[in-house]
Design a protein around this ligand. Structure first.
Ligand SMILES: Cc1cc2nc3c(=O)[nH]c(=O)nc-3n(C[C@H](O)[C@H](O)[C@H](O)COP(=O)(O)OP(=O)(O)OC[C@H]3O[C@@H](n4cnc5c(N)ncnc54)[C@H](O)[C@@H]3O)c2cc1C
Length: 561
């Protein structure tokens, strides 16, 4: 690899290798040049600045570029790029604002492509697509690992808002620097400088100057410009509501097959799968893959083909009176499409427990990811539930927790959990199954300190000192926003295809002579896929399969409309 001229140390020097900062060959450079334009550069010229919304892609032909970051008024070098090397990381594909300043450190020549030209290149040139996409994703990983970004979070491990904000940024793959109020003596001084009270925690310094106090996820997305490149007003061929595995699969197939596709995601891409610590039964990953990794790849893949993904936007209401379906986003904006895929999945069931909301994120959790595992390292934890998600959480947490108790109402796990997980639980002495047991009370000041457990055979209630409880007790479908537009089953899941009875079709005014397609709901051109669909098998593979298949029926519907 050519070593660029600058000898000063750079934040990502440790990541310098052929995969992260490859040097392109002359024929590869010539293929890129055909998509863009050559231009001369002058020493000190700023080609891109931090926060720029329009970010071109550069290949260095002669001279050198330097990527720089600005933090607390200081400029530090991230990396230097010499001849044959190129600028950019994942934001370029996603259409987000620039995290870095790109400055010419040695005059020369570059090839410049705008984002549309770059997307056209990666969609048509398989070899360059592989090199660029891999480098962009690895560079983003390096930025996250090095906490090189435009966001600082000042928070506390005992505050549920802090966990939420960290999770939101992590699941959106956005790098941040975290300052822990419980450990950092200088942090209070920083808060005083911004006149911030305890109730405003967590504080987020966004783009290095905006100070947000306990912001909502939507406010963070707005501040970081996650949705800047998307105009909701355009009519789309296909709108997909929900960016879990089912929605992302539909987006990949739809966009790669030439449809204009918009995904609306209430939180962060990945859905429930994004919160799984390790998925071991998804085809092609024999050693397993974290849900975050799997869905981050799917997210990048969907963007590569040109799908647009609105982040932290709730579909609040569906209007289905006309053939062009309209989704109300609850903020006075709406999107309209010729076909719609419902992929809103399901949400964790929240047990009926007094004070539950007070302890959510402060001792009660619904996901078990590295962030939560870190919070309870060396301590005892309880996992509630007998399904596979509970089993995975228990096995994962046992790697760091002192002991994990698994509470189940039934007399064991055999009816509800996969055999491979049961075997791992049986083989691990720090995992203990407590059958016929459920939590009936939560206690603590600020953070959870104690739970009351009932033995359902004897009715005896025992107080257990515990600071961390993981609720893994199944899920209910996210269908409230559907506004009675489509037929649901008695549990609220969306009915599709042959599950729809003549009575359902009559009740919802099915207007066509043909019966609904596979995965089509009681409205023509509206499909349901993944966990939200009645009789779906609740697995990543089936969500992905259904999302992909639905697109072939979308084409049929669009051709005939
Ligand atoms: C902890 C855990 C571990 C798991 N492990 C495995 C495993 O190892 N193997 C396996 O095969 N399966 C596993 N599963 C199940 C698997 O994750 C799900 O079956 C799969 O994620 C379903 O995908 P989906 O896209 O249908 O729905 P979801 O993943 O639920 O995604 C739905 C998306 O829609 C969004 N949404 C909801 N309402 C709205 C709205 N109104 N507007 C906009 N967006 C909205 C949500 O924010 C979410 O991102 C696990 C599940 C959990 C919870």
């Amino acid at each position: 690899m050519a070593t660029p001229g600058s000898s000063a140390p750079h934040a990502l020097d440790a990541w310098r290798n052929e995969r992260v900062f490859p040097v392109l060959t002359p024929p590869q450079i010539a293929r890129i040049a055909a998509h863009g334009r050559r231009r001369q550069t002058a020493h000190g010229e700023v080609l891109v600045d931090v926060g720029d919304k329009t970010v071109p892609f550069f290949v260095v032909v002669r001279g050198e570029l330097e990527a720089l970051r600005r933090a607390t008024g200081k400029e530090t070098a991230i990396v230097a790029l010499g001849p044959g090397q190129f600028s950019g990381e994942a934001s370029l594909i996603v259409g987000r604002r620039s995290l870095a300043r790109i400055r010419v450190s040695e005059a020369g020549e570059v090839i410049e492509l705008d984002r549309a030209q770059l997307l056209a290149l990666v969609q048509t040139d398989a070899e360059l697509s592989e090199i660029l996409m891999r480098a962009f994703l690895l560079r983003r990983t390096a930025l996250i690992a090095g906490e090189v970004g435009d966001v600082v979070i000042i928070g506390s491990a005992h505050c549920s808002g802090t966990l939420r904000v960290k999770e939101f940024l992590t699941r959106n793959g956005h790098p941040f620097h975290y300052i822990d109020l419980d450990r950092d003596a200088d942090a209070q001084e920083l808060l005083d400088r911004f006149h911030i009270e305890a109730g405003d925690v967590p504080v987020l310094i966004c783009g290095n100057d905006n100070v947000l106090r306990n912001p909502t996820n939507a406010r963070i997305a707005e501040c970081l410009g996650f949705n800047d490149a998307i105009d909701p007003a355009d009519l789309r061929d296909l709108v997909i509501v929900g960016g879990g595995p089912a929605g992302l699969a539909a987006a990949v197939y739809g966009a790669s097959e030439g449809l204009s596709v918009l995904v609306i995601e209430a939180n962060a891409p990945g859905g429930q799968a994004g919160s799984s610590s390790r998925i071991e039964n998804y085809l092609g990953f024999p050693t397993g893959i974290s849900g975050l990794d799997l869905t981050a790849r799917a997210y990048a893949q969907a963007q590569k083909f040109g799908a647009q993904i609105l982040i932290a936007k709730d579909a609040a209401k569906l209007a289905c009176e006309r053939q062009r379906y309209t989704v109300d986003l609850g903020d006075r904006s709406r999107v309209t499409s010729r076909a719609l895929i419902i992929a809103t999945g399901a949400e964790y069931r929240r047990p009926q427990l007094e004070h539950l909301s007070r302890f959510e994120g402060a001792g009660v959790y619904y996901v078990a990811m590295p962030m939560e595992a870190q919070l309870c390292a060396g301590e005892e934890v309880i996992v509630v539930g007998g399904g596979n998600s509970a089993g995975q959480a228990a096995v994962f947490l046992a790697q760091t927790a002192r002991r994990v108790q698994i509470l189940v109402r039934k007399d064991g796990l055999a009816d509800t959990m996969s055999r491979y997980l049961i075997r791992r639980i049986e083989d691990n002495p720090s995992l203990v199954v407590r059958p016929h047991t459920e939590i009936v009370g939560l206690e603590g000041e600020g953070h959870l300190e104690r739970v009351r457990c009932r033995d359902n055979r004897t009715g005896a209630i025992e107080a257990v000192d515990i600071r961390h409880v993981f609720m893994m007790t199944g899920a209910v479908p996210n269908t409230a926003w559907l506004n009675n537009c489509v037929a649901l089953d008695d549990k609220g899941f969306v009915k599709t295809g042959t599950d729809l009875t003549p009575e359902d079709l009559a009740a919802f005014g099915w207007p066509l002579a043909r019966p609904p397609h596979l995965l089509e709901t009681s409205r023509p051109g509206v499909f349901a896929v993944g966990d939200v669909r009645a009789r779906n098998v609740k697995r990543v593979a089936s969500a992905v399969g259904e999302g992909s298949i639905a697109v072939s029926f979308v084409h049929e519907v669009l051709q005939k409309s």
